[in-house]
Write a protein that binds this ligand. Structure first.
Ligand code: SF4
Length: 433
């Protein structure tokens, strides 16, 4: 059965931006909006680097110059003492032209309406909106877009979309809570770090055992499967396999989770969803999921993928029993700093050795193999490059500043021996920013 949208909207691709590099990467690789937070306890990724108020102004200016909208997350549930810093942030957001603020708490919503009545307000997924009456109630309070709870099926979202008076946004990719988002106290209980204050330590993904009090150190097996006890270790959401249905919904935003992840994750996820969305828009009748899209997403960190609640309540196939951490086949080798013709200056992000192969990810949507050969640092040829070292190399083409080069991840990368090398001067033209 084909799912063809009668609405034919172009839902924006929303990227996380946990730091400046994320934001630059998201803009370069095709995001149409980014969501970010300021430092402190006003957003649900307190562990990300986030932005100072000055950096926020830079972020808005950088994104707007590239036609990208900026949404500011103020989506914690603050207690009275935590409300004090919010007026300054809201004033600042209005002055610098933030496109919308994302709130969860009705008190924060009323504060935004009071200080910045014209500011567009998005309701965070943390508000757990799962029915149409709630959407209408929030709309009546001035919310312009509702970011729906992740725990909804295609049919439910379809019905809600049909009668919603405001914009709707859904998550399409990234981490899932085993609990309904924001209704979880495990981290608070075990680590005194509150998930609703942006400080979740993700203890739902830990490997648990049973210990009898008088037998410390003796772990009794509590095995779910094959020796593992990941009671709540949810896989990551990925809606690429059902992208025709996602597009048929006619929602306004497709959101990627991951403000704590890497620039390579941002570039790959944003570009993949942008390709899938555009493929559908170009030819809804002939749309088919390109297997390369899932291959791309398998290269970046993930806990295994599933379609969440989109096709109905997930069963045990939504839980990863195999490992507690992240899986990925590739990591970031280097980032382009500057180019001049076919001569390129890179910043290494992982150890590189003469002869290694990488893959340049063009922001135009294609990739190309690249050999790390004849690398030079300050005019000296080097066979080994350390992480964060700036090096130069002939590439045979001209990548754009900010574009990324990935390479297959191998255990050997961890143990590359970095010995001092004798300088072997080389002659080349100079690159410029
Ligand atoms: S502990 Fe797990 S389920 Fe609970 S809020 Fe954190 S990520 Fe979500």
């Amino acid at each position: 059965m084909r799912y063809i949208s009668h609405v034919m909207k172009t839902p924006e691709i929303l990227s996380p931006a946990g730091n400046r590099e994320h934001l630059e990467t998201a803009c370069l690789y095709g995001a149409e909006a980014v969501y970010l937070g300021v430092r402190g306890d006003t957003n649900l990724r307190a562990g990300a680097r986030n932005f100072s108020l000055d950096e926020l102004a830079w972020a808005v200016s950088h994104a707007h110059a590239r036609g990208v909208r900026v949404y500011l997350t103020l989506n914690t549930y603050p207690h009275d003492a935590q409300m004090d810093g919010l007026p300054e942030i809201i004033h600042h957001a209005r002055e610098i032209g933030v496109d919308a603020v994302i709130v969860s708490d009705i008190g924060v919503l009323s504060l935004v309406k009071e200080i910045a009545p014209d500011m567009t307000i998005h309701l965070s997924t943390q508000a757990n909106t799962v029915n149409s009456r709630a959407i209408r109630a929030w709309a009546g309070l001035g919310v312009g877009r509702v970011i729906l709870a992740r725990e909804l099926s295609f049919g439910e979202i379809s019905r809600m979309r049909a009668i919603s008076p405001v914009e709707l946004e859904i998550f399409v990719h990234g981490s899932m809570c085993i609990s309904i988002s924001g209704r979880c106290l495990i981290s608070n209980y075990l680590c005194s770090r509150d998930a609703n204050q942006g400080r979740c330590t993700q203890p739902c993904r830990w490997d648990y055992a049973l210990v009898e009090r008088s037998r410390q150190g003796e772990y009794m097996p509590v095995e779910e499967r094959d020796g593992y006890t990941f009671l709540y270790n949810s896989k990551d959401l990925c809606l690429i396999p059902v992208m025709d249905r996602v597009m048929a919904l006619g929602v306004d935003g497709l959101k990627i989770e991951g403000r704590g992840r890497t620039a390579l994750y941002i570039a790959t996820a944003v570009q993949t969803y942008r390709k899938a969305r555009d493929a559908y828009l170009n030819d809804p009748q002939g749309f088919a999921v390109n297997p390369e899209w899932m291959q791309e997403l398998g290269m970046i960190s993930n806990r295994g993928y599933f379609t969440g609640f989109f096709l109905g309540n997930p069963d045990e196939r939504g839980v990863n029993y195999d490992f507690a951490g992240y899986d990925h086949t590739h990591h970031l080798a280097a980032k382009v700093r500057a180019t001049k013709g076919e001569h390129t200056v890179f910043e290494a992000r992982n150890p590189l050795i003469e002869g290694m192969e990488g893959e340049w990810l063009s922001s135009k949507g294609f990739s190309r193999k690249i050999d790390f050969r004849d690398m030079a640092v300050d005019g000296c040829r080097k066979e080994r490059i350390r992480p964060n070292e700036i090096f130069e190399m002939e590439t045979g083409f001209a990548p754009l500043p900010g574009e990324l080069v990935r390479k297959p991840y191998s255990e050997g990368d961890k143990v590359v021996q970095m010995r001092e090398e004798t300088c072997m001067p080389i002659r080349r033209g100079q690159a410029h920013e």
